[in-house]
Design a protein around this ligand. Structure first.
Ligand SMILES: Cc1ncc(COP(=O)(O)O)c(C=O)c1O
Length: 390
């Protein structure tokens, strides 16, 4: 009997590496494997991969190559900015968004333990920041505003232009955007975004895990403190550069560069609508946590009342979806994002996230969602029978 394929609906968590990415990684992992800091031939070849990936990313973002720092991922990029933005001995505060990724939130909590004040923006039920409230949090001691462009759990995107406007007269504040979920979904141009720092992750766009980048504008670099010390291979960061991962990131970024943004956005919209049509056809009752507007179409978060997300996921066999962010998978507390936009713990505990790339086969999506709907119906019957036996 043919084996049922695995249906992967968790692209916001991570994506597979494409063949082009693997080919480049193989070359710089096995053939041109030198240390990019070495001056011999293999070192120079390795360095050429770093130069090429750097210029691809710089072209993608519209910034200078010397403003890109490779990191181990968006987690590290976020940590460098949050922890590095506060100078010791100075009275400062930073402002964060409470529904952001844990790598920002936990770094901010570490600052609180060091007696730095952390102020939290207010968000509405769509996950959008209240700009007037944000403005009211800022003062002459504010060192940083940090916010995710696209929320990883519900897909809401923020109006960065409005945030930039309130920073116009406050040039002492660093503006950091975590764009891990935006890269490949929304065009990112540093000049029009007007950010000082921007975090990226390769494995969200078909690149390898364990590599990311931090854009830091030339004028902002001196305002951040390094967290690691050593050979000084990069500004703010030491350590031998992982050439094969950087080559893989560069290859994935080239693929993003080639994509037609409008077409891939429309394709993702079509996939999101298909998912909801199937839920409706099966008469599954659900509550949508992803706002209809101001969200990327590649992420759909819904709550299925009465069915715990973890129970559903454990009954889905070869269909992969997530509850909240995979990075908190070991943390069974209800999602801080769903609670953070004002819903109760039941709604948060029953929230699932379906996420996909815009080129994912639509029939596979259909098959996966059919399985989800049938599993929900089965679980409902089991719960109903259990209740009747009580
Ligand atoms: C918005 C956001 N920021 C940061 C991260 C962490 O990225 P990485 O896995 O590259 O450390 C993620 C990953 O889920 C994310 O979605």
């Amino acid at each position: 009997m043919p084996q049922a394929p695995i249906i992967y609906l968790d692209a916001a968590s991570t994506t597979p590496c494409s063949d082009e990415v693997l080919t480049d990684m193989h070359e710089f992992g096995q053939i041109a494997f030198g240390n990019p800091s070495s001056s011999h031939l293999l070192g120079r070849l390795a360095k050429s991969a770093i130069i090429e990936s750097t210029s691809t990313l710089a072209a993608l973002l519209g910034c200078r190559p010397n403003e890109i720092i490779f990191t181990s991922g968006a987690t590290e990029s976020n940590n460098i900015v949050v922890l590095g933005s506060v100078k010791s001995g100075q009275a400062s505060n930073i402002v964060i968004c409470p529904i952001d990724h844990k790598s920002t939130l936990a770094a901010a909590e570490e600052l609180e333990r060091r007696n730095i004040e952390v102020r939290r923006m207010r968000v509405n039920t769509c996950g959008r920041v209240d700009i007037d409230h944000l403005a009211s949090l800022l003062d002459e001691h504010t060192a940083l505003i940090s916010i995710s462009y696209v929320n990883s759990e519900i897909g809401t995107f923020q109006n960065l232009k409005d945030i930039k406007k309130i920073l116009k007269q406050r040039t002492h504040i660093l503006f950091h955007v975590d764009a891990a979920q935006a890269l490949g979904k929304i065009p990112l141009n540093i000049k029009s975004l007007g950010v000082d720092c921007l975090s990226l992750s390769a494995h969200k766009i078909g690149g390898p895990k364990g590599i990311g980048a931090l854009y830091v504008s030339q004028h902002a670099i001196s305002r951040l403190n390094a967290l690691t010390f050593g050979g000084g291979q990069s500004p703010l960061r030491s350590g031998t550069l992982p050439t094969q991962l950087i080559a893989g990131f560069g290859a994935a970024a080239r693929l993003i560069q080639r994509q037609n943004h409008r077409e891939s956005w429309n394709a993702a919209c079509q996939r999101r609508s298909t998912i909801l049509e199937i839920f409706n056809a099966h008469k599954i009752s659900y509550l949508i946590n992803t706002p209809k507007y101001k969200s990327v179409p590649h992420i759909l978060n819904i709550s299925i009342p009465g069915i715990r997300a973890e129970t559903l996921i454990s009954h889905l066999g070869k269909v992969c979806i997530s509850s909240g962010s995979a990075c908190n998978a070991h943390d069974l507390r209800p999602s801080h994002v769903i609670m953070g936009i004002g819903h109760d713990s039941d709604r948060a505990a029953s929230s699932i996230r379906l996420s996909f790339t815009s080129d994912m086969d639509i029939d596979q999506i259909r098959n996966g969602v059919e399985i989800i709907c049938r599993t929900v119906s089965t679980l409902r019957q089991l719960i109903h029978r259990g209740n009747n036996h009580d």
